[in-house]
Design a protein. Structure first.
Length: 278
């Protein structure tokens, strides 16, 4: 829903899109209604976009590129920047690194890692968080999270390793149906050739060692072969570049992975849990 206060808080990219779209529309001699007819939106929606009362959605940007872009990819590039602006502040510095990474080594604990979440799971998780968010903000965060999936099919292909705590598989989020779909999607991701998926079982600490006790880790190898660590807890984040510290985290991750089930065993556990829910 378009809101007057959005005009004051609209991002720089939203303002640029509004200005460029309006000027290109006027150059074509179109009214807002005519542009709306071309892109499949109402005249009110076009007006809201041009005044920043309701910034352009990702879908609207796709159609604006088709109708007004003239091959310059102005609105296509705006999709990237507007998506970035929707991420939480503590996450914005990490996303470009994730999307360009040569290798990602991930360890997730309480819930399914965001890169592997279904839309319904992400919506239940984000919408059920605290403090409560507006419906519009939930929509923005879900859209931004799902957009990260582009990494799976990117060229050149990136390598992704995920170690996931078994407890995250057994913790229902949203509903039993949502959780079953999430497990099926996770299994599909695990079958990708560029993904290695392992479960750290609940009994991992029975032999006296539990390397995952200190929480989640995101290890990144960039296309330039730099190695970084990203940590996030309670809406605070830390991006670590110091080689010595990165090496220590990499060694800890290697130990976590060594204590996990094999990829085949991990996939079998997902299939077992799906069967139990049916």
């Amino acid at each position: 829903m378009a809101r007057a206060e959005n005009k004051e808080t609209a991002s720089p990219t939203a303002r640029l899109v509004a200005d460029v779209a309006r000027k290109l529309r006027v150059r074509k001699g179109w009214t807002q209604e005519q542009l709306g007819n071309e892109i499949g939106f109402s005249a009110a929606a076009v007006s809201a976009m041009e005044t920043c009362a309701q910034p352009a959605s990702d879908e609207m940007l796709v159609h604006l590129e088709r109708v007004l872009g003239d091959g310059l990819e102005i609105f296509e590039q705006a999709r990237v920047y507007m998506r970035m602006e929707k991420y939480p502040p503590q996450f914005k510095n990490y996303v470009p690194l994730e999307q360009k990474a040569l290798v990602l080594r991930l360890y997730a604990t309480h819930v399914i890692h965001g890169l592997f979440q279904t839309e319904e799971y992400a919506r239940a998780l984000i919408g059920g968080g605290y403090p409560p968010l507006s419906e519009q903000r939930v929509d923005e965060l879900v859209e931004a999270r799902i957009a990260r999936r582009a990494l799976f099919d990117r060229e050149p292909v990136g390598t992704i390793e995920l170690v996931l705590e078994e407890s995250a598989l057994r913790r229902p989020i949203g509903s039993e149906e949502i959780m079953q779909d999430q497990l099926l999607y996770l299994a599909a991701c695990a079958r990708r050739r560029n993904v290695t998926y392992q479960v750290l079982p609940l009994n991992a600490g029975l032999d006296g060692e539990y390397a995952g006790a200190r929480g989640e880790i995101n290890l990144v190898e960039t296309p330039e072969h730099d190695h970084l660590v990203y940590l996030e807890i309670q809406d605070e984040s830390l991006l670590i570049r110091d080689p010595g510290k990165v090496s220590a985290y990499a060694q800890r991750y290697a130990k976590i992975r060594a204590q996990a089930l094999t990829p085949r065993e991990s996939l079998g556990l997902i299939e077992q849990l799906v069967g139990e829910q049916r």
